[in-house]
Design a protein around this ligand. Structure first.
Ligand code: SF4
Length: 425
């Protein structure tokens, strides 16, 4: 592992404050929207209520036109005495799903909030079903409950379950790099080519597109997070003996080069080789980003706590587009992984960990930023008050990592400002 990274301290450091209160974020079930596209032979069976089914339909249904690989097993009101029936019911629904979709190799049982579901031990149910369905199908469980998880934590819980179930890497296996975080296939392919050009031969991705491509894990694995919200997954990887590479996240030209450089350094590749591979691509990315700089330069931007992508995106907006960052709200701050991004933020940037939506709304109304990055629930009311907003969920649904996407990422932030200019004209 590279040297532990401390959160930046001193008067040049960002100011970090914690808040606790009401939050306005989706629950962890939302992650199924992008995870089911990524893991092509997986099925996500949400064990939940009609509310969960509605959330999935409205969050995902409108964006998916192929036959979906997720569903909700609705648990009706029962008391503890009815638990045996609930297990039978679960087995019956699982049987139906697998009969209809014989191509499924991983079935996730996803827990939710209702008390009837909390009483069910889904981990035990997954072990029991796995024993019955092995070797064709493995059944894993995780929670997407709104009580335990926010928005992107669903992916963290899902990947933690995958890490726990991954095969053991052979003691004499060649050293491998595992890139962690669900990336669109096109971005994954770009990164795979870059790592290969750098000279890292054995690179795997977690989650893998198919169960048979899942990496074996062990002390011969170095892992590199592609998303900042994967703290629990990182802890699970550490427990498997893997070592983490800490780097700024690969958003924008600068972030992508820094991320690739950290991986290269961990594998003993020279900075000169990194420059040879990245210089042209980084320049192209800088040109693509600069096309949107005129619209964002000097603009005051505030982030509400939502996806946990806020610190690296604030770094990108500030350093590559010249935006002024008023406040960076984030639901959780995994200091070990975010220290490099925080160190690149302007001195004194206000970071707020946690959520107290009323106080954050008060500050937003007082500051009247040029652009507010927030969840869907807050965007409409703020727009109605004359503030330009960017939905943070779009930053997860759209390919944004790496050199090729840096211009698109800048455009995502520039678009609401362009729209507002047009409306004003
Ligand atoms: Fe289901 Fe709870 Fe999410 Fe609501 S918050 S959709 S009940 S998991």
């Amino acid at each position: 592992m590279n040297a532990p990274v401390a959160l930046p301290l001193g008067c040049d450091a960002p100011k970090i404050r914690s808040e606790r209160g009401q939050r306005a974020v989706f629950c962890g079930l939302t992650g199924i929207v992008w995870l089911h596209r990524k893991i092509q032979d997986a099925f996500f069976l949400v064990v939940g209520s009609r509310t969960c089914a509605h959330l999935l339909q409205s969050a995902a249904g409108v964006m998916i036109f192929a036959e979906p690989r997720f569903a909700t097993a609705i648990m009706e009101e029962r008391d503890l005495a009815g638990m045996a029936d609930m297990h039978d019911e679960l087995d019956r629904v699982v049987g139906q799903v697998l009969e209809r979709r014989p191509d499924i190799r991983t079935l996730f049982l996803v827990g939710s909030c209702p008390s009837e579901v909390i009483k069910l031990d889904l981990a035990k149910a997954a072990t029991r079903l796995s024993q019955r369905l092995a070797p064709d199908v493995r059944v894993l469980a995780y929670s997407g409950s709104g009580i335990e998880t926010t928005f992107t934590e669903g992916e963290d819980a899902c990947l933690s379950a995958l890490v726990a179930a991954a095969p053991q890497q052979a003691a004499n296996a060649p050293e491998q790099l595992v890139v962690v975080g669900a990336l669109p296939d096109i971005v994954e392919d770009q990164f795979a080519r870059l790592f290969s050009e750098l000279g890292i031969p054995d690179v795997r991705f977690l989650p893998a597109r198919r169960a048979d491509a899942a990496p074996a894990l062990g002390p011969r694995t170095r892992y590199l997070l592609a998303q900042p919200f994967l703290g629990a997954t990182a802890t699970a990887l550490d427990a498997r003996g893997c070592s983490g590479v800490v780097a700024p996240f690969p958003f924008g030209a600068e972030g992508t080069t820094a991320w690739l450089s950290a991986a290269a350094e961990a594998f003993g590749i020279s900075p000169q080789r990194v420059r040879e591979v990245t210089a042209l691509k980084e320049n192209r990315a800088r040109v693509a980003v600069s096309r949107h700089a005129a619209r964002l330069e000097g603009k005051r931007v505030m982030f509400f706590p939502d996806s946990q992508l806020e610190p690296p995106l604030a770094r990108f907006l500030s350093r590559e587009l010249g935006a002024e960052i008023i406040e960076v709200g984030t639901p959780y701050l995994h200091g070990r992984w975010l220290a490099p991004d925080l160190a690149l933020l302007p001195a004194g940037t206000q970071i707020v960990e946690g959520a107290d939506v009323d106080r954050q709304l008060d500050r937003c109304r007082a500051e009247r930023p040029d652009l507010t990055v927030c969840g869907l629930g807050l965007a409409n009311p703020l727009e109605a008050e004359g503030l330009a907003t960017k939905w943070s969920i779009e930053l997860l649904f759209t390919p944004t990592h790496g050199y090729e996407q840096a211009g698109d990422l800048a455009e995502l932030f520039a678009r609401p400002l362009a729209r507002r200019e047009l409306l004003e004209v």
